[in-house]
Design a protein around this ligand. Structure first.
Ligand code: SF4
Ligand code: SF4
Length: 307
């Protein structure tokens, strides 16, 4: 099954006569999670997991279609300055919809996947928790369901926040959690929410790596953009930890993260990951075995200070 044919693609909706933001020349290709499940999963695993995921997978596709269909549904005279009340109300709405963390940054075009584009330059980055008690059971049907639940809820969240900003007179573009246009862990790291661990996922103080990400793009110019990242010490911790490397059933996590000539990084061999991911309920062992999932951020930070 070619998921690309049923996955909505922003490129079909971008009006090339209007300004839009292209990826830079060194941008990388994005991963298509549902496609991985279909390409690498056996018929038996597909038959087992599809009924479990159907509601969330197809619900996400429906939300994505709404996202792209409404790309140019924007206010007539948009404002580029957000009031503190509107910003506060937007954050409250995000929390009400299940956001655990919110950050703001300017999108670096090298983070846009090389076959995608966006229309607005600034990002509101949103993290949603994957319930730790469920993730602890990974690999399991319930953990896989929890992954796809967060994808789905995030797809709903970004559409609702886009609508909210439009109603208050601002331009906004929803960035879906599944099949999005931008590398979200890099975006969230740039927004200072957390740091990408050796397993390639974002680690944040509240949740460790037990989260999924999405974004809303906008041309609002006075967002509280964070240029500092207080969590960079996690990089030093990962150098000596390596728990995810040891526990990964696919041997997919590089002990020494690959660094390309342009400075971009690759943490995982995605082909090696794809088999356990698609055949064993979304795997997720790297999240549940991460020291930041099992332990407390502040306590781990104290241990590193003693080194
Ligand atoms: S999902 Fe599983 S196979 Fe993939 S990197 Fe994580 S632990 Fe390894
Ligand atoms: S398990 Fe250890 S090395 Fe892997 S991401 Fe977590 S802290 Fe870093």
């Amino acid at each position: 099954m070619n998921i690309k044919k049923i996955m909505p693609n922003i490129n079909k909706y971008i009006d090339k006569r209007k300004p839009y933001i292209k990826p830079s020349e060194n941008a990388h290709k994005g991963l298509n999670v549902p496609q991985i499940v279909f390409d690498y999963g056996s018929i038996k695993t597909k038959a087992k997991s599809l009924p479990n995921l159907y509601k969330y997978m197809f619900g996400s596709l429906k939300e994505m279609k709404k996202t792209y269909r409404e790309l140019y549904k924007q206010p007539r005279n948009p404002s580029k300055k957000i009031t503190s009340k509107d910003l506060g109300d937007m954050k409250s709405l995000a929390i009400e919809l299940g956001a655990s963390d919110i950050g703001f940054t300017v999108v670096d075009p090298s983070y846009i996947f090389n076959n995608k584009s966006i229309i607005y330059p600034n990002a509101i980055v949103l993290a949603m928790e994957m319930e730790p008690d469920i993730i602890k059971t990974a690999p399991s049907k319930s953990a896989e369901k929890e992954i796809f639940r967060t994808y789905y809820e995030l797809c709903i969240m970004v559409n609702r926040i886009k609508d909210f900003l439009n109603d208050r007179g601002y331009n906004a573009e929803a960035g879906p959690s599944l099949g999005g246009e931008v590398n979200y862990p890099l975006l969230a790291q740039k927004a200072g929410i957390g740091v990408i661990g050796k397993h390639g996922m974002l680690i944040i103080p509240k949740l460790g790596p037990s989260l999924r990400l999405a974004a809303v793009y906008t041309d609002i110019e006075n967002l509280p953009i964070e240029n500092d990242n207080k969590h960079l010490w996690i990089n030093d911790f990962c150098k000596i930890c390596n728990q995810c490397v040891k526990k990964c059933p696919g041997g997919a996590i590089y002990k020494d993260t690959v660094i390309f000539e342009d400075g971009s990084k690759q943490c995982i061999d995605y082909k090696k990951c794809a088999v356990p991911f698609s055949r064993n309920n979304g795997c997720t062992v790297c999240i549940k075995e991460c020291t930041f999932f099992k332990g407390n951020y502040e306590k781990i930070k104290k241990t590193i200070k003693k080194w």
